[in-house]
Design a protein around this ligand. Sequence first.
Ligand SMILES: Nc1nc2c(ncn2[C@@H]2O[C@H](COP(=O)(O)OP(=O)(O)OP(=O)(O)O)[C@@H](O)[C@H]2O)c(=O)[nH]1
Ligand SMILES: [Mg+2]
Length: 309
Amino acid sequence: MTKPTANNHSVLLVGGPDAGKTNFLIRLWIALQSGEGRLQSDGLPEDMEYLNAGAQTLLGGEFAPRTSREVHTRNVIPVRATSNRSDFRGQLVVPDSSGEEWMLIHRNREWSERWEEAIPSLLGCLLFVRAGSLEIHAPLDWVSCFDYFGTADNLPDAPDSDGEEFAMPTQVVLIDWLQCLRAAVSAHGGGSLLRVGVIVSAWDRVPTEQQGEAPQSYVAKNFPMFHDFILSNRERFAFECFGVSIVGGDFEFAPGFRENYLRGVPAQAGYVVHALGGVPTRTGDHTLPLAWAMGLVTESAVGRDGAVP
Ligand SMILES: Nc1nc2c(ncn2[C@@H]2O[C@H](COP(=O)(O)OP(=O)(O)OP(=O)(O)O)[C@@H](O)[C@H]2O)c(=O)[nH]1
Ligand SMILES: [Mg+2]
């Protein structure tokens, strides 16, 4: 049982541009206020304007906007969780910044003080990839690998034959962020498992025939090397995979969706897909991935005998 405490605890939202971090945070804030999820808000947060402006946009039928480079909000939210298995009361710090800032951390291998601040109180991370995002760079196959790098005795310069710049495959960047975070946590004396909830955002954009599958299966299909990393690093990380749909559909690509959403109850829209109990399940509780990252939910489906549920 987690002891109630008034200290700050942080959970990092990690991910590149367009990965779904901000919309998740805003839906989380709406869910925390509803008082119906595993976690509930317990007072007014810092950066309330940022959270409320995003909530107004989302409840009004638009996705919250992408985050610009200069924005970095700390979002200190007082929360509580009460159940027969976990009891928590404290200030949760969930910083939001642009995906470009995360890409800079990967490229420059430099970690700013703002991030360093969050490490000593880190409970876990939520790592985002978004279904349908044009910012996802697929793993190299043999053909594109040859295009970019040639053979050992015929190495072209960096741009490929179409003049396109080489973009690091997303799964490589995901692993790099986790290696950096693990090293930072260890440097602060954190020896135990680092909890990482992998969020496949925009689950409504996952191909329809795959939407009934477990999120881990989507990760295995689309990011195979990253999935191998998940399975082979269980002594350093605790992993779980979630699918999240912020509003239950797409305002842009699904005709008539916005009208139906606004006619319904926007504050209760969307869902989270998980396989914590062993089979793919949908819940309306948008606080579940956060509660898992904080260690308040300890069930896990990932890596049960290495099998994908
Ligand atoms: N269909 C659908 N689209 C989503 C969902 N969540 C996010 N999106 C789309 O993804 C875009 C990016 O989401 P953001 O939350 O802004 O992503 P971010 O990671 O904060 O992006 P940066 O601020 O650029 O780092 C949104 O503008 C939406 O178009 C979802 O659940 N469903
Ligand atoms: Mg953002």
